[in-house]
Write a protein that binds this ligand. Sequence first.
Ligand code: HEM
Length: 547
Amino acid sequence: MTAGGVEVVAHQLLILLALTLLLPLLLLRLASSRSSSTSCRRRRGSNCNDNDGDKQQQQLFLPPSPPGRLPILGHLHLVGSLPHASLRDLAAEHGHGGLMLLHLGAVPSLVASSPRAAEAVLRTHDHVLASRPTSRISDGLVYGSSGIAFSPYGHHWRQARKLVTTHLLALKKVHSYRCARRQEVRLVIGKIREAAAAGMAVDMSSAMNTFANDIISHAVSGKFFRAEGRNKLFRELVETNSNLFGGFNLEECFPLLVDWLGFLGRWFRLGNNTAVEAHHKRWDELLETVVRDRERRNSIHSHGRAGDFTDVLLSVYQEYGITRDYVKAILMDMFAAGTDTSSLVLEFAMAELMRNPQRRTKLQDEVRKSTPEGQEMVEEENLGSMPYLRAVVKETLRLHPPAPLLIPHLSMADCVVHGYSIPSGTRVIVNAWAIGRDPGSWEKPVEFMPERFMDGGSAAGVDFRGNHFRFLPFGAGRRICPGINFGVATVEIMLANLMYCFDWQLPVGIEEKDVDMTEVYGLTMHPKETLMLVPKLRRQRATLHAG
Ligand code: HEM
């Protein structure tokens, strides 16, 4: 057996041992918490805390939970391989007003599955529910859960977020990356053109993922980001991040158990958290190279070329009172949050358009009519006259939000949501996917119908900036995605060009109805099957010069 094999078995043995030791304790704990919560429920209107008559909220009920909670597992066994779908079904049956309490392993989790519940969580009680649960993975990988996405609510998060929204992702700044986007779109179009000339199918999943990654790499480390295969390394690292963070893993559901196992692992010198540590080391080496490289160049050209993310971060981070490690954590966040999300929107948009040829033609007509005759590519200034393009992007985000359950929030204090008591330390999950398909909010909710977002449509005027709680692909409130402008700009210009430069066909033998929309759940939600499409060069178009 290899050393790695021994380690895996040792870990499994430790888990077994721990579960055996913990079982009686957990059963005792469960019995005591059940009896206290039952007595609390029975004594509705009387105070649950015998010692403190002032705590009004303890007189209240906890949100409803599905029956069948098991020792240790809690409700985990009720959650299938597509958690967003399982949570929607459980909430429909056992929730009330879109709220439901689940115990996912050892973690109490409030699930919000209706626009009203989402508004309560992300607007009314946002000030209490805007923290994040941290884990050993986010601690080990993202410099002690610094950065933004996994950082607990507080001064540091506020400073880092302010820095990013002011200096990296503000609309004006996103505008200034126009040239980078143009170059990257041009490269993709050039490659697809080669495939079209050879009559070959294109792997759209891979093409869009590479594109989104290259856009971020370009924005982070300037025009030399391809040097030494950096963009490929970034892509590989982002992919491993998704695998480490993805899904409802042991770490998320049994944090104390995993902490305890980690402690035992260290005690027995079994090597602990090695995958995360090794992965962090690779990220750190790459980010350190990018940062050092930039510091060296900036000291030579001291008149300041404040351009890409790294330049900007290095010029202002001290002013915001953050450390060099935090700079690297922020850069990592940009990759992790910005790559998969944008590429998945493009991939799902193309899949939906292939299943809906009339809508594809409608979009193509709009894009081609709105782009001046003879222009080789769609430019960003042409996008203003493409309302249907924007409607297609919105409809894709409604049906396929890349982060279907957003990123979990955490309550920082006890609070009362719609009359239910939510204890401090409860994880909060917003099911944006279910809300986007809620039949009470959307006409023909599972149909791909961009027209709903057009003038006169049933959702005209509904936007994704956190004002409409039936449409939350970017979240809402304090934790709303700060990358909306960047992400939407990336998606719109690429999709417009895919429509402008090519006609699209499915590979021989595949019909529209066969385009597989099955999803695989992770930190982001991916299509199960790779999307292969055959591009055809559009006739009478100007020649593209790659470069
Ligand atoms: C279409 C593309 C994108 C989608 C659908 C998307 C979606 C989301 C969602 C759902 C969240 C969690 C909100 C919550 O927890 O309430 C989030 C957070 C975040 N996103 Fe995006 N995102 C996209 C693109 C980007 C881009 C391009 C960047 C940066 C370059 C970015 C940076 C972030 C960051 C830093 C956070 C964490 C915010 C915080 O915790 O305060 N996102 N995004």
